[in-house]
Design a protein around this ligand. Structure first.
Ligand SMILES: [Fe+2]
Ligand SMILES: [Fe+2]
Length: 472
């Protein structure tokens, strides 16, 4: 096991103190990072004591330490999963060769682009979520928000470490630019579209952590199968943190659905909104919107870039090393239906060109599993409603289905039919105003806003009414 140096200013298990040049670069970046955190991180509560977990080891199961921390004093560190002895490149043209511990010259630009694109999402989500502390439905939820925020900050550190340690001057410039772009900014936006969308309410936050952080899980999973070992090890450790973000989203929406069902029963007309809840059909619209925005993040269905990344061994499929036997994927094909002459027709594509779609399918399956659990909760609460995922062709802005209209079942429809029904499928201005009107902070331990059910379990074996955030 690698040793964890926790005494350094930057906790790490990469033996930072022995690499003077890198240490200097990171120490120079540190104040700029803190300035960014103070300007663009959570608005308010920076002096509150938040019951947070901090990574203190990379051992499975034993890496987190819980305690009260003021967010600007959080120990953002650099941790890589321990190296796997004799690890080989999992997929692509180099499958089976020894992994690279230095950046291969021929793939330098591709690799830098992959790392910068992933890195950019980390501070972006902190910026998108910066106002939510003001309207937290409970202290438990506020704490979860801040936990996600500090860990996205740490993910930025993890990626900046790779840029500064392996990409010289270009890497240092990229690290600076990561603090200069801003989510939703007209002049200096974040790289990917979903990370420029506003996150004004908690239903959006839960949808984002459920669907968009889950995209992150799959992107990190693909990078954990990289032949560039430092990247693979970095992403592997990030995945352990990501699991909590996903549960915040899944359980958050589940609690909204449970509360909606309870209010539905109480209202004589079965209308949860009449009693100040977020009714299930409204939640369904948020699901439709964020699931599809997150699908766009996987890139085009048919993509030579995806083929290049896979062929070069820079990215693998989800669980490439464990779940596949043909790691080269040459000669195989897959069907990716496409619109031709106004009709959706089958279309045989080389498997390597469909690698984005392979990852998207794995992601959609994972989302399906959660939807099943949500529906089990609705059934248990006696609701008349169920939720579902729309087709992966529905409401796409990128890829081969963009520019066409599909209904949630995936059937091709014309523009008139789309316009006539889109307000049934996607959040309207009125829906957004209604949801926003419910967002009022609830700051007493154990109390929860009316529109969401109380959590069933607390954090780290604490009770749900534990004082998760203490104010000055
Ligand atoms: Fe992240
Ligand atoms: Fe995350």
């Amino acid at each position: 096991m690698s040793t964890m140096n926790y005494d350094d200013r930057i906790p790490n298990n990469v033996n930072l103190s022995s690499d003077k040049k890198l240490l200097k670069a990171l120490e120079k970046w540190h104040p700029a990072y803190l300035a960014w955190w103070n300007e663009m991180g959570p608005e308010g509560y920076q002096n509150a004591d938040v019951y947070l977990r901090t990574a203190v080891s990379t051992e499975p199961g034993g890496w987190a330490q819980f305690g009260y921390v003021k967010m600007p004093e959080y120990r953002w560190g650099i941790f890589l999963a321990d190296p796997e002895p004799d690890r080989v490149v999992p997929g692509g043209d180099h499958a089976g060769e020894a992994v690279w511990n230095e950046v291969p010259g021929e793939y330098r630009n591709l690799l830098r682009r992959i790392i910068v694109t992933q890195a950019d999402t980390e501070p972006a989500s902190v910026e998108q979520q910066r106002w939510l502390g003001q309207t937290a439905p409970s202290l438990y939820d506020m704490r979860n928000l801040f936990q996600v925020n500090v860990e996205e900050g740490r993910h930025l550190w993890a990626m900046v470490y790779l840029l500064q340690a392996y990409f010289g001057k270009d890497g240092r410039d990229e690290a600076d630019d990561l603090l200069a772009r801003r989510a939703g900014d007209a002049d200096k936006p974040r790289i990917l579209d979903a990370f420029n969308q506003p996150c004004p309410d908690w239903l959006t936050f839960f949808s984002f952590t459920m669907f968009t952080d889950r995209d992150g899980k799959y992107q990190l999973g693909a990078l954990a199968e990289s032949g560039f070992d430092p990247l693979a090890r970095t992403c592997k450790f990030m995945l352990t943190e990501e699991a909590h973000h996903l549960s915040v989203g899944e359980l958050g929406i589940e609690r909204v659905l449970r509360r909606a069902s309870q209010l539905e029963r109480e209202d004589p007309n079965g209308d949860a909104r009449a009693l100040g809840g977020i009714d299930v059909p409204t939640v369904q619209k948020w699901i439709n919107y964020w699931f599809t925005y997150s699908l766009d993040l996987f890139g085009s269905e048919i993509s030579t870039n995806a083929a290049d990344f896979f062929g070069a061994g820079l990215k693998g499929r989800w669980r490439e090393a464990d779940d596949y036997t043909d790691h080269r994927a040459i000669g195989a094909t897959m069907n990716i239906p496409q619109v031709k002459a106004g009709r959706l027709v089958d279309n045989e594509v080389a498997l390597r060109n469909g690698m984005n779609e392979v990852l998207r399918e794995a992601y959609a399956k994972d989302c399906e599993r959660v939807v099943k659990r949500w529906n089990a909760a609705l059934e248990e609460e006696g609701s008349q409603f169920r939720v579902s995922l729309p087709s992966t062709r529905f409401f796409r802005r990128q890829g081969i289905y963009a520019g066409h209209h599909f209904d949630p079942s995936g059937a091709l429809i014309d523009a008139t039919a789309w316009e006539a029904q889109r307000t049934l499928w996607l959040p309207t201005e009125e829906d957004r105003i209604y949801v926003a009107s419910l967002m009022k902070p609830v700051l007493r331990p154990g109390q929860v806003a009316n529109w969401i059910a109380a959590p069933r379990r607390g954090i780290n074996h604490q009770a749900p009414d534990f004082e998760y955030v203490r104010f000055e």
